[in-house]
Design a protein around this ligand. Sequence first.
Ligand code: NAD
Length: 251
Amino acid sequence: MTAGGRVAVVTGGGAGIGRAIAERLADDGFKVAVIDIDAAATDDTASSIGKAGGTARAYRADVSDRGQVDSALAAIRTDLGPVAVVVANAAIARQQPFLDMTAEQWDRTLAINLTGTFNVVQSALSDLVGAGWGRVVLISSSSAQRGAPRMAHYAASKGGQMGLAKALAVEFAKAGVTVNTVAPSSIDTPSVRKKRETGAIPSAEEMAKFIPVGRTGTGEDIAAAVSYLVSDEASYVTGQTVSVNGGSFIG
Ligand SMILES: NC(=O)c1ccc[n+]([C@@H]2O[C@H](COP(=O)([O-])OP(=O)(O)OC[C@H]3O[C@@H](n4cnc5c(N)ncnc54)[C@H](O)[C@@H]3O)[C@@H](O)[C@H]2O)c1
């Protein structure tokens, strides 16, 4: 692995899976730019990476707002240098029965999860193409592979990321840029734990009974897959979905 001080942008890096990815890429030797809508959480991730001996900077931005994304990317280039790796992880995952779903709820989920991905990838991509080397990883979801009740907007946005990754993978293959998705399932993060507390989803113990490896996943499980996909060794892997799901939903 040769991160060699390359710059990696991680969106939604203030919490959960995004934070684990930011920490892992810093451990791998990347200079990490953490983007999140939650300024305090972003600062906390960056300062904890700094205390652990890594390099990270925090940038507050709403990924659905192109102006905020472009400003964050401009600041990142000034502070850390050109971007080499983009991990689009920021998302919302609301539950709403389809027949009650409003157009506003649909639009907001698509705006953050899919257009937010478009915004950050398009804003950064000229750096990757200019260097002749780059890695893009989109954090999708198993819900796009097998559906999820009361989450039609979310599943559609996550399926959109998979199509986007495939299109970009072929468009930029000759430019030395790979584009892949990671599809997590049942990952124990603070937002998932909050949903469990309200009874919106089953307990970790209950879920583990239906996961072949017998446990729910961690942010570190996802970060390990991302670490491989952004490495030099992964140059022949593009347009793929890596499903990190404990053996669930095979087929
Ligand atoms: N946790 C799971 O079981 C699971 C399963 C499948 C897929 N995923 C995917 O993994 C990713 C991370 O999930 P998580 O559980 O860590 O989520 P989370 O809710 O714990 O964290 C998401 C982060 O994104 C940030 N964010 C939200 N909206 C934003 C916006 N508009 N602009 C910038 N930042 C914003 C939040 O502030 C938060 O820090 C998401 O893409 C999610 O769809 C998670």
